[in-house]
Design a protein around this ligand. Structure first.
Ligand code: AVI
Length: 320
């Protein structure tokens, strides 16, 4: 670990590099073509996501912020004194900042795969909360089991906001929560934001905003592929589709080919029929019972649930 500012230490765990070209080609060779949602998040995609969170139809970010702000005191009671707060995929650390005054943890361990972004946001947290020990760790979700956590008399709690869990398949979600349980140990906890199952109309609108920002975000994944493979996707020949699959309780995002066409991807021709789609994202929505079952299967017990005034979004505190 390196001290990069008086209260910030930085550790690079060298997140494993994946063969992105092979991964994309593999997904595009399936009968239902698929693309991992991680390809949304190049620089432009991250900007578009920020803009999605400001759209009137996209309620999750606003609702979660409201819960964290209003319930910070109650959440602090669950954490207890001298806690170590660990945030995998912390990004801008914007959500944790709503809690730190009330939570007063002894340590904050900010983890993200993007080193530059991580150092900037962890540094900003340290600047705003000078009494907090901040540890910035460059790592991905698969490295939770190798994390070195400072010794502290308080509880270890993982903070996982933003309904990021919703972008995991149910089996990935179970696997991830089990690794969280192993990390926090017997006295540990999990503070997690999860989007709720609700009326199809509300969900469909949230992923089909009038301004077309979610459409631009979805299509930007193709522009991203054009750059990194390279490929020659023409974004004017694909369109955004998003709908709530009520049986699977998930929003599905797809990129629909508007005509028969062949796209060159890393030197390989990939043929599309008109109407064929690339499945680019799932965003699972959970009822209380479903989340409770998932948490239980991973070795947690739901201790508290908080929601916004319109019951759109839930924040759960779980104990082992
Ligand atoms: C990051 N994640 C929780 C967002 C979601 O709602 O599943 C990503 C997103 N996709 C389209 N709009 C927002």
């Amino acid at each position: 670990a390196t001290a990069i500012a008086p209260q910030v230490t930085y550790t690079n765990m060298h997140p494993p590099r994946h063969d992105l070209v092979a991964e994309v080609l593999d997904g595009l060779s399936q009968r239902q073509k698929t693309l991992s949602p991680k390809f949304f998040y190049d620089e432009q995609g991250s900007r578009l996501f920020e803009s999605i969170t400001e759209q009137p139809e996209y309620y999750p970010t606003r609702s979660e912020r409201m819960v964290l702000r209003n319930k910070a005191g109650e959440i602090a009671d669950h954490l207890g004194p001298d806690a170590t707060l660990i945030e995998p995929g912390c990004g801008s650390c914007e959500k944790v900042r709503l809690l730190l005054d009330a939570l007063q943890p002894a340590h904050y361990l900010a983890m993200d795969i993007s080193a530059d972004f991580l150092l900037k946001s962890a540094g900003a947290v340290a600047g705003a909360f000078p009494d907090l020990d901040v540890q910035a760790v460059c790592a991905d979700f698969s490295q939770l089991d190798q994390l070195v956590v400072p010794d502290s008399p308080g509880r270890r709690v993982v903070f996982f906001p933003g309904s990021t869990l919703g972008n995991f398949s149910p089996s990935m979600a179970r696997h991830f929560l089990r690794s969280v349980r192993d990390l926090v140990g017997a006295d540990g906890g999990l503070l997690i934001g999860v989007d709720r199952h609700k009326d199809t109309d509300v969900l469909d609108a949230a992923y089909n905003d009038q301004a077309g920002v979610t459409a631009a975000f979805n299509l930007n994944a193709l522009t991203h592929l054009n750059r990194i493979l390279p490929a020659d996707f023409d974004t004017d020949r694909f369109s955004h589709r998003a709908f709530y699959n009520t049986d699977a309780r998930r929003i599905e995002m797809h990129l629909r080919s508007d005509c028969d066409q062949t796209v060159q991807c890393a030197g390989r021709p990939i043929a599309f029929r008109e109407g064929e789609t690339i499945h680019s994202e799932n965003s699972y929505k959970y009822t209380f019972d479903q989340f409770d079952r998932l948490a239980t299967a991973a070795g947690f017990q739901v201790e508290s649930e908080w929601s916004d005034a319109q019951s759109l979004f839930s924040v759960y505190f779980c104990r082992i």
